[in-house]
Write a protein that binds this ligand. Structure first.
Ligand SMILES: N[C@@H](CCC(=O)N[C@@H](CS)C(=O)NCC(=O)O)C(=O)O
Length: 228
């Protein structure tokens, strides 16, 4: 049986797309997961909605069978399962390690992403769609993020990564919004050293060669779009 390959129907400019791409790269799956850049208008078409009823990207498609999967974190976990990389995603049979991994995934989704993505939404996505930034919401989410990252500092002062001593998908999941919220000045807490273990952790993650390559691909794509 031939090794399955996949198309990632998405766009390199999207945060969720880059979440999948960095996880695929770290799992050694980049050659089996091919990014297919789509216009953001595609995601509201009946064909797209059939695979992704929420009208969002990314969507993973198995090339041979047409089998689909959406939700960036689910896609990343699926790719890790296919790759067999049990460091980035521990097996449920290793119950305690798996429990800590799921705990870390939950922290990213419920404690970090909520505020980091809300700040990016207010400062970038909303104005980009013609809307107006709500400064009160920005301040509230900045305060929330600050409090959450203080708790990250406690965790990361005891262990190297969010799930333990090994880097997992849970750490990688932070990269798109962590990078964006820092770049737009939405927070300095990941980088300014006031939370030394957070800064150490974030530097290691954001310095990953795979992530730098994906960010470079994004910059090249956006530059090419400007020239069109
Ligand atoms: N929870 C979903 C969120 C997907 C999502 O919000 N995708 C964005 C791009 S990062 C999108 O499609 N936005 C366009 C829209 O919602 O209309 C995931 O992780 O895949």
């Amino acid at each position: 049986m031939s090794t399955p390959t996949y198309s990632l129907n998405a766009n390199i400019a999207s945060t969720c797309t880059r979440r999948v791409l960095v996880c695929a790269a770290e799992c050694g799956m980049s050659d089996r997961v091919k990014l297919v850049n789509h216009a953001f208008t595609d995601i509201k078409t009946p064909r797209w909605l059939e695979a992704q009823p929420f009208g969002q990207m990314p969507v993973l498609v198995e090339d041979k069978t047409g089998w689909t999967l959406f939700e960036s974190r689910a896609i990343a976990k699926y790719i890790a399962a296919v790759s067999g990389n049990t460091q980035l995603m521990p097996l449920p049979t290793d119950a305690q390690t798996y429990g800590k991994f799921e705990q870390a995934c939950s922290i990213e989704n419920n404690d970090f992403d909520v505020s980091a993505s809300a700040i990016c939404n207010e400062l970038v996505f909303k104005p980009g769609k013609g809307g107006t930034t709500d400064p009160g919401r920005v301040i509230l989410e900045q305060e929330n993020l600050e409090k959450k990252l203080a708790s990250y500092e406690v965790i990361l002062s005891r262990q190297r990564y969010l799930a333990g001593e090994q880097m997992t998908l849970a750490d990688l999941f932070h990269l798109p919004y962590g990078t964006m919220v820092t770049e737009i000045g939405g927070t300095t807490s990941l980088t300014d050293g006031r939370l030394p273990n957070v800064t150490r952790w974030w530097k290691e993650l954001s310095d990953l060669a795979s992530w730098k390559a994906i960010q470079a691909e994004r910059a090249a794509y956006l530059e090419a779009q400007k020239k069109k």
